[in-house]
Design a protein around this ligand. Structure first.
Ligand code: SF4
Length: 290
């Protein structure tokens, strides 16, 4: 696997292939299986995403703690009423993101992509863009490989963990991976895909990890919604011709550096950010009954 975004773009350009095709080849090599098997495995992943991003839209799903639940159902009903500001497409994508996050908080089956906390973004973005662009299931599977290709580079040069890099590394990376995937889905080049990833990360640089009561629920679920909207709108931004002034690799490096500069209180310990607001502390008391 390539070590950087620059290398990835170079290899894709030399071979005249998109990121997803390179990622399939690499995964087949790494796992010593055929490309067909690698693709089928990803198809099963896609199916889990389809379920998790749908379940909580159709019926109210409450988290084990009771902290979140029922919001995906609300957003979907609102989208169906057709009276939204940002339109049915964005609202349905938001409902998908919320659904997967609620399913996760209810201990349901999700795909940690790249983490459980950010599990709503990729399904919401890929499935919503795929629906809007009339993509086939195979094309959605390919989009997941684009996302994986970008995610691997972030993991290699920075981190995907909130405990290490804050939420910028978790939801930020998920949204970056998703935006890059949509750009390739829309016919953009690998370079444009990485431009989208860079822009998305820049826009959440410094985002802290501050889960209320130490649970991956608040503010996590709504950050999945925000990441989804950012990924989709940034794909359009890039496809219009807008590029990132700072290259992807440098943005990833900056993200890692910012994560390391964050105090431990803002890295998943629930000792800072919104996790120590009076309301969060009261909710924590109620949940743990102490
Ligand atoms: S706030 Fe922390 S636990 Fe919640 S999604 Fe972000 S990184 Fe994950």
């Amino acid at each position: 696997m390539v070590a950087s975004g620059e290398e990835l773009v170079k290899i894709c350009r030399e071979n005249g292939i998109p990121i997803w095709e390179y990622a399939i080849r690499e995964e087949a090599l790494r796992s010593e299986t055929s490309s067909e098997e690698v693709v089928e495995k990803m198809r099963r992943t896609l199916h889990v995403m389809m379920d998790s991003s749908t379940i909580a839209q159709e019926q109210e799903v409450k988290s084990i703690s009771g902290l979140i639940g029922g919001d995906a159902y609300k957003i979907r009903s609102y989208a169906d009423r057709g009276n939204t500001l940002t339109g049915s497409f964005i609202n349905r994508a938001m409902a998908r993101a919320m659904s997967a996050s609620e399913v996760n908080a209810a201990m349901g089956r999700i795909v940690a992509c790249p983490t459980a906390g950010s599990c709503g973004i990729l399904p919401a973005v890929i499935l919503s863009a795929g629906e809007e662009l009339h993509k086939t299931e195979d094309e959605l599977v390919n989009a997941l490989f684009t996302a994986a290709g970008v995610g691997i580079i972030i993991a290699r040069n920075a981190t995907l963990a909130g405990a290490e890099g804050g939420c910028q590394a978790e939801c930020g990376s998920a949204a970056a991976m998703a935006s890059a995937a949509v750009v390739e889905m829309m016919g953009g080049t690998p370079e444009q895909a990485l431009n989208a990833a860079a822009i998305v990360i820049k826009n959440v640089l410094g985002l802290v990890c501050d889960p209320v009561a130490g649970l991956v629920e608040v503010p996590c679920a709504k950050r999945n919604v925000a990441g989804t909207v950012s990924a989709l709108t940034t794909a359009d931004l890039v496809m219009s011709g807008v590029a990132s002034k700072i290259p992807f690799d440098e943005v990833v490096e900056a993200m890692y550096r910012v994560g390391r500069q964050m105090p431990a209180e803002l890295r998943e310990t629930a000792l800072g950010g919104v996790a120590i607001t009076p309301t969060a502390l009261r909710l924590k008391k109620e949940i743990y009954k102490d």
